[in-house]
Write a protein that binds this ligand. Structure first.
Ligand SMILES: NC(=O)C1=CN([C@@H]2O[C@H](COP(=O)(O)OP(=O)(O)OC[C@H]3O[C@@H](n4cnc5c(N)ncnc54)[C@H](O)[C@@H]3O)[C@@H](O)[C@H]2O)C=CC1
Ligand SMILES: O=C(O)[C@@H]1CCC=N1
Length: 278
């Protein structure tokens, strides 16, 4: 039987926080507080509140999850700082560094408090169905037990990996954090191009979605590497080869994707500190 996950204080339950919560709820979570202005409900025994001020001051979460937009997080830090006297903080914020969050929380805590523990993570939305990919970075002051707890929590919603150097999280953000969007874009484009070439819209949608999800499932279930799976589709001088020659040409997919990943990682670096509220 799965061990119940510890009680959480989840601050921000939108697309990413909500995806992780969906996964955690399936795994069994000790009674937790979910703070969000827009979510309608959470199942019992969990509590949905609109503001952190509505969380009882004596609530003792096992972990605090920060999942607001980077531009909104500074507004919640004064209250988070009080709970962070007793529990580590897991941030899913793109860009925001461990040092920046740690310093901000420490400045809001009583003088002489132990240094708050902040673990930076980059999850993705397939967490909602237990198929997430989360990459984590913990500063040296985080204990092995805190790292293990973080792994256990995130393992409940998919694969977990750790990096030794925090700056590696920026390219991870571009690959696995944003990556589902690139795959969904591929499905959108395949559908649109099918319609543009005369297919009925329902058929174009079906074949685009099933191709993308079927290819992903084949890669996962077979364990075969992506290049071999691609070769398996590519008959010498056949249709796939002709299409791939276009996609792999100089300045085409490899170059475009490299530029896209760089742009995302650059934006992550721009988000490393406090942001103007938007
Ligand atoms: N959407 C994604 O695929 C991923 C997002 N992230 C990170 O997750 C974080 C959240 O992103 P999304 O979920 O996409 O944004 P979102 O806008 O869907 O969710 C943020 C939630 O925070 C809530 N919120 C903001 N301020 C609040 C406050 N003071 N009190 C209570 N609730 C408050 C909002 O109501 C909203 O529901 C961001 O920092 C982003 O960088 C990380 C990985 C992937
Ligand atoms: O777009 C963003 O900034 C967030 C981080 C990775 C995915 N979504």
């Amino acid at each position: 039987m799965t061990e119940t996950l510890p009680p959480l204080l989840l601050v921000g339950c939108g697309k990413m926080g909500g995806a992780m919560l969906d996964g955690w709820l399936k795994e069994g979570l000790a009674p937790s507080f979910i703070v969000d202005r827009h979510r309608d409900s959470v199942p019992a025994p969990h509590h949905l509140v609109r503001s952190l001020d509505d969380v009882p001051a004596d609530f003792r979460p096992g972990m605090i999850i920060l999942a607001t937009k980077p531009q909104k997080v500074d507004a919640v830090l004064p209250t988070v700082a009080q709970f962070a006297l007793h529990a580590p903080v897991i941030s899913v914020l793109a860009g925001r560094t461990v040092k920046s969050l740690t310093d901000a929380l420490a400045a809001l805590q009583p003088p002489g408090s132990p240094t708050p523990i902040v673990i930076r993570t980059m999850p993705n939305t397939p967490s909602a169905i237990g198929q997430g990919m989360t990459v984590c970075y913990a500063p040296p002051i985080a204990t092995p037990a805190q790292r293990r707890l973080c792994t256990r929590l995130l393992r409940a919603v998919g694969e977990v990996a750790w990096v030794e150097h925090e700056d590696q999280i920026d390219i991870v953000t571009s690959i696995s954090g944003s990556g589902p969007a690139y795959v969904f874009l591929l499905a959108e484009l395949l559908e649109q191009l099918g319609v543009a070439d005369g297919l009925p819209p329902d058929l174009a949608r079906l074949i685009a979605r099933q191709t993308v999800s079927g290819a992903g499932a084949l890669m996962q279930q077979s364990g075969i590497d992506a290049a071999t799976l691609r070769h398996n589709v590519t008959s010498p001088n056949g249709t796939t080869q002709k299409a791939l020659e276009v996609l792999m040409a100089d300045g085409a997919w490899p170059a475009t994707l490299a530029a896209a990943l760089k742009a995302g990682a650059k934006r992550a670096r721009e988000l490393s500190g406090p942001q103007p509220v938007s």
